[in-house]
Design a protein around this ligand. Structure first.
Ligand code: XIL
Length: 366
């Protein structure tokens, strides 16, 4: 992943340094055609205002580097969302740069920003193979030492934000596409029980936080979704303190779960006593995208949002970015883009309007 190349740099300076080059252009375009002015007709209200009325959590990943310098980005975040997720600022290698060295400046900034704006924060993520730091991978630690490192990390991070971060992705993408456990430094040295330990440590550090296993392509029904189901079922059966499953939903026009499959998966997870969050939705399009493709994209956002709202167990709808101006897609999926609900001038796309329609529909027939 190209962003990985930025990481060393990221560890030293603000994240803005590693945002796409377009990040440096000055914002001169108009705001979304919505506003938070009091007394507005319901149709003109932003997503957040409509969601707040219904107690619905709607949110996005945010990047603190951008939040610090792009006023329009910041204004849009406050206006449209009631739950935020840090894009990189809480990942292991970003936060815990050497055994005795933590860097909390950016994660603190995000949590303070959210608290001032009365927004919730989802912690993302305690463990993810792409952000296992070099010092751990090359440290030749024994199993016992690695367990202590894991305990210290989770205590320090979850403990610092106790009561301020309502939910954590404890393990991210721990399963391969074929359903086997992913080969990571944790699995190799500790064994599969690293997952149990991570949940247990997180629960000990903040017993009130809601703890998730989070993954991609496990949204519908299929081998990977079955493997995630089997893992979380076994965690529940062994009383490991897991509360939910995060369904990432990074999809395309051709590859996305149907509403029926998504419902069925959420329902089987809820029967285990788990809740579900849609955690990272985006719908990437081949470039350049046509108007029809933007409409088809909107339909997918609509189906997923409606499905989530119709399932009691689905308790948050979160996207992995909201403006095409700053998107992880172009670095990771060359030839794709336009994955988000606002364009690169923050203008609402059809996908934005369908989310509003869904919320308006909820208000008129709850
Ligand atoms: C991505 C970020 O968007 C990038 O900026 C970063 O360099 C790498 O990670 N699944 C996840 C997210 O769980 O953490 C990833 O975020 C996107 C895929």
């Amino acid at each position: 992943m190209k962003h990985w190349a930025c990481l060393t740099f990221l560890l030293i300076i603000a994240t803005a340094s590693c945002t796409p080059s377009s990040a440096t252009s000055s914002p001169t375009t108009p705001s979304p055609a919505v506003s938070t002015e009091p007394g507005l007709a319901i149709e003109t209200m932003p997503l957040r205002q409509l969601a707040d009325k219904q107690g619905i959590l709607i949110g996005s990943q945010v990047n603190v580097g951008i939040l610090r310098y792009d006023d329009k980005y910041t204004k849009t975040v406050k206006q449209e969302f009631n739950v935020l997720v840090p894009e990189v600022e809480m990942k292991f290698a970003f936060l815990h740069q050497a055994k005795e060295m933590y860097y909390f400046r950016d994660s603190d900034y995000l949590v303070d920003f959210a608290q001032k704006g009365n927004m919730k924060v989802r912690g993302h993520t305690l463990l993810w193979h792409q952000f296992d730091p070099e010092w751990i991978q090359t440290g030749n630690f024994t199993k016992g030492e690695l367990i202590e490192i894991l305990r210290d990390h989770i205590n320090a991070v979850v403990g610092r934000y106790k009561g301020r971060i309502f939910a954590w992705d404890v393990v991210n993408e721990g399963i391969n596409d074929d359903g086997t456990l992913r080969d990571t430094v944790w699995l190799r040295s500790i064994g599969p029980e690293y997952i149990d330990l991570a949940f247990q440590f997180a629960h000990n550090a903040d017993p009130d936080a809601t703890l998730f296993y989070n993954d991609y392509e496990a949204e519908g029904l299929g081998a990977k979704a079955d493997a995630v189901f089997a893992l979380v079922k076994s965690l529940r059966e062994r009383n490991v303190p897991i509360n939910g499953v995060g369904l990432q939903l990074h999809v395309t026009l051709n590859e996305h779960p149907s509403a029926e499959e998504l419902s069925a998966n959420i329902e089987r997870l809820s029967k285990l006593g788990l809740i579900v969050h849609i955690t990272e939705m985006d719908v990437r399009l081949h470039q350049p995208a046509t108007a029809d493709e933007l409409d088809a994209q909107a339909q997918i956002f609509k189906d997923v949002f409606e499905t989530c709202l119709s399932e009691k167990a689905c308790q948050a709808f979160i996207m992995w970015g909201f403006t095409d101006k700053y998107s992880w897609i172009k670095d990771v999926y060359p030839g794709f883009g336009d994955a988000h609900i606002l364009d690169n001038t923050y203008k609402p796309k059809p996908a934005y309007y369908v989310l509003k329609e869904v919320l308006l529909g909820k208000i008129s027939s709850p």
